[in-house]
Ligand binder design. Structure first.
Ligand code: XMP
Length: 249
């Protein structure tokens, strides 16, 4: 049996002294579809020492072929870097199984799921993901403006994010996502997450402060444009890695 995704990431983080998950989101105005594979693999090669995982979403999963996506995942794996599919999976269990099967066939290590599908569907989907040795990260509170209007809704006495968090802990997921733009929610989730890793998008470009996020309980930062669109992505990722690791160690 492969190592559980949560342990894989934790070990990589300590080994590399990094908390950075790189969102491989190429700007379609700058990178043509046909250059995307080479562009992304060269970025992974360039910043590999400073990141613990790459996260691929629709920027890449829609335009590229199965073969090209597998090549990106393979490049990450060659550097001992995990690959996360950020598709915010949100369908009936049967469909989710097919999605996970296809992601597993491209060797992804983990997938982000939206618990909005409900406990039963989440449970069934996670059971299948376990069979495929696919890690699971659940959305608990998103990073964008207005996320409080849905994730923060009150259902009876509880907020929706508290319910998503409870389910995530109960189903022993590998991590949860809480936006860096909501530090108070990070702290709240940290106190109830029973040690589950917190992944946090929304730093720099979306306005979240990475240091504040970590002080409130974030384990890993999901970072896209501020690294990938920088004039010097290697310098930028190294700077952020060192700044956000050294603050606690
Ligand atoms: P930037 O460029 O803003 O990229 O650093 C952030 C990346 O993360 C994705 N994103 C999220 N993914 N939950 C997620 O699972 C979220 O709340 C969230 N907010 C942003 C975004 O699509 C981009 O890839």
């Amino acid at each position: 049996m492969k190592k559980k995704f949560a342990s894989l990431i934790k070990e990589a983080s300590v080994r590399k002294k990094s908390r950075i998950v790189l969102a491989l989101d190429p700007d379609p105005n700058k990178i043509a579809r046909d250059n995307m594979l080479e562009y992304l693999t060269s970025i992974i090669d360039a910043v590999n020492e400073d990141i613990i995982a790459v996260k691929l979403n629709m920027h890449v999963l829609l335009p590229l072929s199965n073969y090209e996506i597998s090549k990106i995942v393979e490049t990450a794996h060659r550097h001992d870097i995990a690959a996360i599919a950020d598709i915010k999976l949100n369908d009936i269990p049967h469909t989710n199984q097919i999605v996970i099967y296809n992601l597993a066939s491209m060797n992804f290590n983990a997938v982000i799921i939206n618990p909005f599908i409900g406990f039963h569907a989440l449970h069934e989907t996670i059971d299948y993901a376990n069979l495929e040795e696919m890690g699971i990260i659940t959305l608990v509170f998103m990073s964008h403006k207005g996320a409080e209007n849905t994730f923060g809704l009150k259902v009876g006495e509880k907020h929706l994010y508290d319910i998503f968090l409870e389910w995530s802990v109960k189903l022993d997921v590998d991590g949860i996502v809480v936006g860096a733009t909501y530090p108070d929610i990070i702290k709240h989730c940290y106190n109830l997450a029973n040690g589950k890793a917190i992944y946090s998008p929304g730093v720099v470009t979306q306005g979240g402060d990475p240091m504040v996020a970590i002080k409130h309980g974030v384990d890993y930062l999901i970072v896209g444009r501020s690294i990938i669109d920088a004039n010097d992505p290697v310098r930028k990722s190294k700077e952020l890695k060192e700044k956000t690791w050294n603050m606690l160690y």
